[in-house]
Structure formats: structure tokens, C-alpha cells
Design a protein around this ligand. Sequence first.
Ligand SMILES: NC(=O)c1ccc[n+]([C@@H]2O[C@H](COP(=O)([O-])OP(=O)(O)OC[C@H]3O[C@@H](n4cnc5c(N)ncnc54)[C@H](O)[C@@H]3O)[C@@H](O)[C@H]2O)c1
Length: 295
Amino acid sequence: MFRTRQRKVGRAVVTGAASGIGRATAVELARRGADVVLVDVDGAGARAAAADARRHGVDAVAHVVDVADGRAIEAFASEVLAGGPVDLLVNNAGVCVVAPFVATTSADWEWVLGVNLRGAIALTRALLPSMLERRSGHVAFVASLAGLVGAPAMVAYATTKFGVVGFAEALRVELATSGVGVTTVCPGYVRTGLHASTRYGNDRFARFLDAPPRWYGMTPERVATELLDAASRGGGVVALGPEKLGWWLKRLAPEAAFHVARWVGGRVGVDAASTAGAPPRAPRPGRAAAAPPPH
Ligand SMILES: NC(=O)c1ccc[n+]([C@@H]2O[C@H](COP(=O)([O-])OP(=O)(O)OC[C@H]3O[C@@H](n4cnc5c(N)ncnc54)[C@H](O)[C@@H]3O)[C@@H](O)[C@H]2O)c1
């Protein structure tokens, strides 16, 4: 069984490890004694995060890999497995589109589906067989509360995150007797760089996420700790943040949850009536590596 408590536990692969939740997870794993392989399209960020991890006395290497590139994933997996077994895979790399559905382009869809969903599936498919052979290992996913509750202006993002949650749930059942565990964390708002690379179709929502109230949002370190604690307990789904009330309400009274979400969408100004005709805004400069192809 994969364990992460205060001693050398093996080797972990973390995607999207150059910043935010991925970086915090890689560093926390190192603090708990695991060697880490950091994957990102941002090579400089991944190398800096690897240097932070090495301060804890473990091996940490950075790989520049686009998780949406199937061939690159296969080559990466072969190289990593040639260096030894992988005990934990954290599928964390993610990008976001916040725009009315009718304003999202096929390039937007290709981008979020490729990184958030197909990337996680491809890397899991590449690394899982070696875990199954050893009857040991753990696969973790950083999904989102947007993968548990539908929210306006997040149709594309929510589609990918519902996909991740469903993939992970089915996989967990299938692997129940295999010795390989599955964990899915579904955070609400986390204070990371994600919002800087998000494609927005609504200025009001963009402004709110650029400068949220001081009290709002979790730290990426909290998400990392919750993820690794859940993995060491054997896995399952963990919802994080005050927004998880929406998920509880949805399970108790789905129609009431719909009306609450609809009311919030209108108040924040991201429902169809408020956003009609708004063109998607380009991502901010500095995050071009994570941006979709021109369209
Ligand atoms: N920040 C939030 O509010 C929040 C809430 C819920 C879930 N999440 C999820 O958490 C995960 C991590 O996001 P974060 O908030 O730490 O954002 P972040 O932008 O700080 O980190 C995401 C990392 O993924 C990398 N990345 C992007 N495209 C990639 C690709 N094609 N291949 C490899 N790496 C790629 C980026 O370079 C970046 O380093 C994402 O899956 C996101 O959807 C974030």
C-alpha cells in the first residue's frame, strides 16, 4: 500500500508541478520522504520546484512534457519506468476556460479536454500496468468542485472535471482488489496561478477571481496535505472548501441545488442573460505555454 507519512516511501510523479497545487504536492511529498518526478510544460518553474523538493534530501527531477501530447506521454512513461517503479501518480495539470458555452470555440474545447481529461487518462494508462504488476501503487486526481456540481460559465471546464471524477470513480471500483488505490480531490477556489492562464468570457467574473476577497480561497499547500493524507488512508473522493456545501445540497435536494446555483450565477453575472454576446478574452501574457492554439 502507498504510504506518505514521514519516511522514505518511494517515488511519485506529479503533473502540473511547476506551480500551485502541483508544486505544493511535490514539495510536501519530498518533505514526507518521497523522490519526486515533476512534469510540466513550464520547464523553468518545474526545475525551480524540483530544487525546492531536493532541499528535503530526496531525488527530484523535472521533465518538460505536454500532458495533452499522447506520444510525449508514452516516451516520458518509458523513461521514468526505466529509472524504477512509480508508487504514486498525481494527475494535477489543468487549465480553465470561463466563458458562456456559446462563446467557447472548438480550440477552447480541445485545450481543456486535452490537458484536463485526455492527459490524465493517457498518463494513467501508461503508468498503471507497472503498478498492477507489483500489486502496489496509487493514482490521484486533482479534479474540482466544478466536477461535482454544474456551474454557469464553466461548461467546458466542468465537462472535463466531471469526466475526471467519473473516470476516477469507475477506476477505483475496478481496481478495488488490485492493490492500487485511487484518490480524487475536488477543491473549491484555490489561490494559485490558474486564474492567470484562464480564458475568460466575462470581465466581472475575471475581476472577481483576479482579486478575490481576502478571506476567500484555500492555499495550495492545504490541498496538497489533504490529497496525500487521503491517499495514505486508501483513497476516495475528498471535497474541499466552503463551496462543498453545494455538493452536499445537491445530494440532499438536487432541484434546490439547481435553484441556488442559478441564483448565484445571476448575482455574479455569469448566467446567459448577463453574458450574451461577450467575446472570450485572451489569456494574460506570461502564461503562453499553457494557452490554446490560435483560432
Ligand atoms: N485554483 C483553483 O481554484 C482550482 C480549484 C479546483 C481545482 N483546480 C485544479 O487544480 C489543478 C492545478 O491547478 P492550479 O490551481 O495549481 O493552477 P496552476 O496554473 O498554478 O498550475 C497548473 C500547472 O499545470 C501546468 N500545465 C498546464 N498545461 C499543461 C500541459 N499541457 N502539460 C503539462 N502541464 C501543464 C501549468 O504550466 C501549471 O504549472 C488543475 O487541474 C485545476 O483544474 C484548481
